[in-house]
Design a protein around this ligand. Structure first.
Ligand code: ADP
Ligand code: MG
Length: 619
């Protein structure tokens, strides 16, 4: 271990860091080179932060030092150093940033590794990138001095075991030096050629010069400032990879260059997958905001609406004043203009994708559609730009989700509403009794079987002037005439039917509000309709998922007076009211309705009732 002075203290890593280090130090990875990418990325972050600080405060250490990263090595001693003139760290920051992990990144990272992901692909996403140095080093020394004039310099040393030490250092210049004592089998990282290659491959777009000894190895181009048409597909993809640490290619890139109404240079990316760890695990989401090449905000959330928060990228505008404080970014009128332009461009690109490559669009929809559903729910009526992007299965879409425009294009004569049904899965929705009346009139119904759909309906009122209507609405009036319905078989009287209704109410008690004859049912014996119509009831499923104690309010039981089952049962109630079969049959009919609605509180509770009925039937 590096020499210990009397001032050296020894501290313990947090448990999950210890576990992580253990895994990193004792495994062999083919892509160990990414440790350099992580060190450069941290150095670049530190440089961006001091650059921003220096805009307003030049009283700190070395205000005129060039902003740069230097890589140096000693082949004989097998050491490698990465030095930056960035913001540096105080003693507290060293402990906090390199000894404990504030968020759950380490645990999440280890879980991903256990699931078989390659560490090189994912380590940068979890806020644990620094520790990748222990894949190549036996010992790491971080010497750092923060920029504040009164800050002291510190030295942090660890061998990647359970502990690290801290001691004062005599470093006088601002920034951080990270020295690696390379493992015996990592001598390759003292080769100039190898180091230059690694920098070029992983850190080409870092906006500060990265020196490999005396030569700058990265091109530092602000790709987004290049004219449209001068950036190759490969450059777009490389930049995405370096920016997002997503090993996959992006689905779309959108390069925006405008001078009016605002000066704007931006490259935005739509990823292919939601679960790249990024949204859940990375410290934060948002696009990088630059002004005149200075990074103003690392994770800007005000440049795109929330439902586009999966978009990655860089936004640069010369119109944004450099001295804008991070707080006022939000309230800035200019920012709203930028948001408008960017949102328009992203949605336009997605609409084009949907038109030109519908299958790829469906891949996108399956991953990110839920964001748009949230967007629709939270934006109230302001959602016209999202509507063309929605896709749902329907009773006529043949298993292939349809757009609202397709639905409208094949609406029946006289149809002025868009019909939908909510449920918990496609199969039970497709067999729902609520569809009877629409089926009999050959009307198409959207199947909304995703838990978020009910939530979305809070903001989805109409499309091209055509209101959305839930088919479980008891007051629904449908256009057209139904096809011939089968003639009723067993002859029963109105009084017998009324007797069955009364019996149902007696058996089901408070679980239903009333029993009545249905005007809508054709092929099904019964259905449940909401006592209180309105969009609130679309929320019931969502609330049941989110709120533990939430109980669906009781519904109205509607019976089909023409259906054989109902007529048989009514006949039985009239002729032998004491028959043992009646009550279990009513219970099971009700069970079935809850099941198709996806609202059954306890499906396993059906077993004894089914058994009781079987006993009766086989007697
Ligand atoms: P992340 O970069 O995702 O936050 P890392 O494990 O790479 O996670 O780094 C942890 C933290 O250590 C950084 O967030 C930063 O605060 C601090 N840090 C690492 N390297 C440097 C550096 N060269 N200069 C200043 N701070 C650094
Ligand atoms: Mg990092």
């Amino acid at each position: 271990m590096a020499q210990e002075t009397p001032n050296t203290e020894t501290l313990e890593f947090r448990t999950e860091v210890q576990q992580l280090l253990n895994i990193l130090a004792h495994s062999l990875y083919t892509e160990r080179e990414i440790f350099l990418r992580e060190l450069i990325s941290n150095a670049s972050d530190a440089l961006h932060r001091i650059q921003f600080e220096l805009l307003t405060d030049r009283a700190g250490v070395d205000p005129d030092a060039p902003l740069e990263i230097r890589i140096d090595w000693d082949e004989d001693a097998r050491t490698l150093t990465v030095t930056d003139t960035g913001i540096g760290m105080t003693r507290e920051e060293l402990i906090e940033n390199l000894g404990t992990i504030a968020h759950s990144g380490a645990l999440a990272f280890m879980q991903r590794m256990a699931e078989g992901q390659r560490p090189a692909d994912i380590i940068g996403q979890f806020g644990v990138g620094f520790y990748s140095v222990f894949m190549v080093a036996d010992e790491v020394t971080v010497t750092t001095r923060a920029y504040r004039p009164d800050a002291e310099a510190w030295r942090w040393v660890s061998r990647g075991d359970s502990r690290f030490t801290l001691a004062p250092s005599d470093k006088t210049s601002r920034g951080t030096t990270i020295e690696l004592k390379l493992k015996e089998d990592a001598a390759e990282f003292t080769s100039r050629w190898r180091l230059e290659r690694i920098v070029k491959k992983h850190s080409d777009f870092v906006s500060f010069p990265v020196y490999v000894k005396d030569t700058v190895a990265n091109q530092q181009t602000a790709l987004w400032r290049k004219p449209l048409g001068e950036v190759t597909e490969e450059e777009y993809a490389d930049f995405y990879r370096q920016l997002s640490l997503d090993p996959a290619e992006p689905l779309l890139h959108i390069h925006v260059v405008t001078d009016a109404p605002v000066d704007l240079r931006s490259i935005l990316y739509v990823p292919r997958k939601l679960d790249r760890g990024v949204l859940n695990m990375r410290a934060d989401y948002g696009v990088k905001l630059y002004s005149k090449k200075v990074l103003i905000q690392e994770f800007s959330k005000d440049l795109l609406p929330e439902h586009l928060r999966f978009v990655e990228g860089v936004v640069d505008s010369e119109d944004i004043p450099l001295n804008i404080s991070r707080e006022t970014v939000q309230s800035n009128r200019l920012m709203r203009q930028i948001q408008k332009v960017l949102t328009g461009r992203v949605l336009k690109a997605l609409r084009e994708l949907a038109d030109e490559r519908p299958e790829e669009y469906m891949g996108f929809w399956n991953e990110f559609g839920v964001f748009f559903k949230q967007g629709i729910a939270s934006q109230g009526g302001e959602n016209a730009d999202l509507l063309p992007l929605l896709r749902f299965q329907s009773s006529k879409s043949d298993g292939k989700p349809a757009s609202l425009a397709e639905y409208v294009g094949r609406m029946a004569e006289g149809q002025s509403d868009i019909y939908y049904i909510l449920g918990s899965d496609l199969a039970s929705v497709a067999g729902s009794p609520h569809l009877d009346a629409c089926r009999a009139r050959d009307l198409e119904v959207f199947y909304l079987a995703d838990p978020f759909d009910g939530f979305m309906m809070q903001g989805l009122r109409e499309f091209e002037g055509k209101p959305f209507r839930n088919v479980d609405d008891p007051s629904l009036e449908l256009p057209g005439t139904p096809r011939e319905t089968p003639p009723a078989e067993a002859a029963i009287t109105g009084a017998e039917l009324a007797g069955l209704f009364a019996r149902c109410k007696l058996v089901l008690g408070d679980r239903i509000t009333e029993v009545r004859e249905s005007q809508a049912l054709v092929d099904s014996p019964a259905r449940l309709v909401s006592a209180n119509a309105g969009f609130d009831r679309d929320l019931q499923r969502v609330r049941r998922l989110l709120e533990q104690d939430y109980k669906i309010p009781p519904k109205i039981l509607e019976l089909n007076g023409r259906h054989r089952l109902v007529r048989n049962l009514a006949g039985l109630v009239a002729a032998q009211p004491a028959a043992a079969m009646i009550d279990p049959a009513i219970e099971l009919l009700f069970d079935n309705l809850l099941l198709v609605e996806g609202l059954h509180p306890n499906p396993a509770g059906m077993a004894p009732r089914i058994q009781a009925l079987l006993e009766q039937a086989t007697k």
